[in-house]
Design a protein around this ligand. Structure first.
Ligand code: MV4
Length: 448
């Protein structure tokens, strides 16, 4: 096992990783930017190293500075968290060259899964059902046109280098295709310096259901069930839950097996997520694989009682997975609400500033993952997620009631938050009935 781990991240997830390390008896090194000198992760870690100015490019994304901090402090491994360098194959490669363990999959796998068109090809080869569409990247407009005719409109153009909703376009007809193809390519070129595109049939109002997997370095892969992440706004998840209200045990088994097959096909190691779209008939299609620990991992932790971050560290140290697929039993129901410093009445614009916490939620079945403390000055520089409130009940209704109760207790002054907006979702009849899909917020709240 490692003696010391450097956490290449900030905020709530840095705190989450430090906590896991503590419980495993591992020393921690925090890194921070100038503007984060008073951040909680800096205080909680055993050591902290400043890695540059506020701008992420010059600090949390600055690979040389992070590697230097690791060598300087004698940390043997880096946990990248999510965002920043978590899915950066070049960074994982640098770690390898410097003999530092990157807590995550191999650089080759990061590279492969980062290219969404390649990932799709790999899944076809592995026998995992993908969304109907064209094989491989589109060579030119004529090929795109022929592909769309064959697939049938509406189609979706996706950037190979995109993912998570970036660089995608819905195309309703052949007339729209020319312009959509050109602008999507230009956008992808500007955003990712890679304009290769692929095409899928556009599925209407699908559910976003993802499977958590764990894979050790000895060929063992298991899945830990699903999370339903259909409640999103502009490709940002807002509420996640486990289990999904639409999965039968049979469908869960089939999708879980597909997720495990996907991971095995690419030689996946560590924790990962296989994202599927599920249509009204219950057919499911591979969409993307996320090669990191995810924001919403706590809902899986609550229904499986497995500490995913501890498992990541144990796997990276070379230990064999001590959990069998048969040991995984989904118990009860968990919900997660992302609490953001933002103003829903002002188009959800970020609301940085000094937070005055009058009351923290707590009690039976309530978990709060946050890097917030009273008097903390939320910087305008990074994302606006303040806290994740997660509840666990014996069933969905109990988890929902606990969430309402816990949200009601949470009193933050000094900044705007989305807490009221979360209440409105939780009180929506369709949400209560579990009748959700990826266009829920757009439809129910006239938002886009
Ligand atoms: C789709 C889709 C429908 N059909 N692909 C958006 C996020 C990115 N991971 C892919 N996304 C979608 N891909 C096909 N072929 C609908 C979406 C989508 C979506 C997916 C998951 C959660 C929320 C979403 C909101 C809008 C669109």
């Amino acid at each position: 096992m490692f003696n010391k781990i450097l956490i290449a991240n900030r905020g709530e997830i840095a705190v989450r990783i430090i906590r896991a390390c503590r419980e495993l008896g591992i020393q921690t090194v925090a890194v921070y930017s100038d503007i984060d000198r008073n951040a909680l992760h800096v205080d909680l870690a055993d050591q902290a190293v400043c890695i540059g100015p506020a701008r992420a490019r010059e600090s949390y994304l600055h690979t040389e500075n992070i590697i230097s901090a690791t060598v300087l402090t004698g940390a043997e491994a880096i946990h990248p968290g999510f965002g920043f360098l978590a899915e950066n194959s070049k960074f994982a490669e640098m770690c390898r060259e410097c003999r530092i363990t990157f807590i995550g999959p191999d650089p080759e796998v990061l590279e492969m899964m980062g290219n969404k068109a390649k990932a799709r090809q790999m899944m076809i080869k592995a026998g995992v059902t993908v969304v109907p569409g064209a094989d491989g990247v589109l060579e030119d407009f004529d090929q795109a046109l022929r592909a769309a005719e064959q697939i049938g409109y509406p189609v979706m153009l996706k950037a190979s280098a995109g993912g998570g909703g970036r660089g995608i376009r819905i195309v309703g007809s052949a007339e729209e295709l020319k312009k959509a193809y050109e602008t999507a390519r230009n956008e992808a070129k500007a955003a990712f310096n890679d304009d290769s595109m692929y095409m899928e049939k556009y599925l209407e109002e699908p559910r976003h259901i993802e499977f958590q997997i764990l894979a050790d370095h000895h060929g063992k892969v298991i899945h830990l069930g699903e999370r339903d992440c259909s409640i999103q706004r502009r490709n940002q998840k807002v509420i996640e839950e486990a289990p999904s209200t639409i999965l039968t045990p049979e469908l869960r088994k089939k999708m879980g097996e597909a997720a495990v097959r996907a991971a095995k096909a690419v030689g996946y190691k560590n924790a990962g997520t296989v994202e599927f779209l599920v249509d009204k008939s219950g057919s499911f299609y591979f969409m993307e694989m996320n090669t990191r620990i995810q924001v919403e991992h706590p809902v899986t932790e609550l229904v499986t009682r497995i500490d995913l971050v501890q498992e990541q560290i144990k796997i990276a140290s070379g230990q064999e997975l001590a959990i069998e697929q048969e040991d995984i039993q989904i118990k009860g129901h968990a919900l997660e609400c992302r609490i953001n410093a933002e103003s829903p009445t002002l188009g959800f614009r970020p609301s940085p500033g000094k937070a005055n916490i009058l009351l923290w939620p707590g009690g039976n079945g309530v978990r709060l993952d946050s890097a917030l403390y009273n008097g903390y000055e939320i910087p305008p520089t990074y994302d606006s997620m303040l806290a994740k409130l997660i509840t666990h009940g014996r069933d969905r209704t109990e988890a929902l009631n606990k969430m309402r109760r816990a949200l009601d207790e949470f009193i933050i002054e000094g900044i705007d938050t989305n807490i009221e907006f979360l209440f409105q979702i939780l009180d929506n009849d369709k949400f209560i009935k579990g009748e959700i899909d990826t266009s829920f917020i757009a439809k129910e709240f006239n938002l886009r």
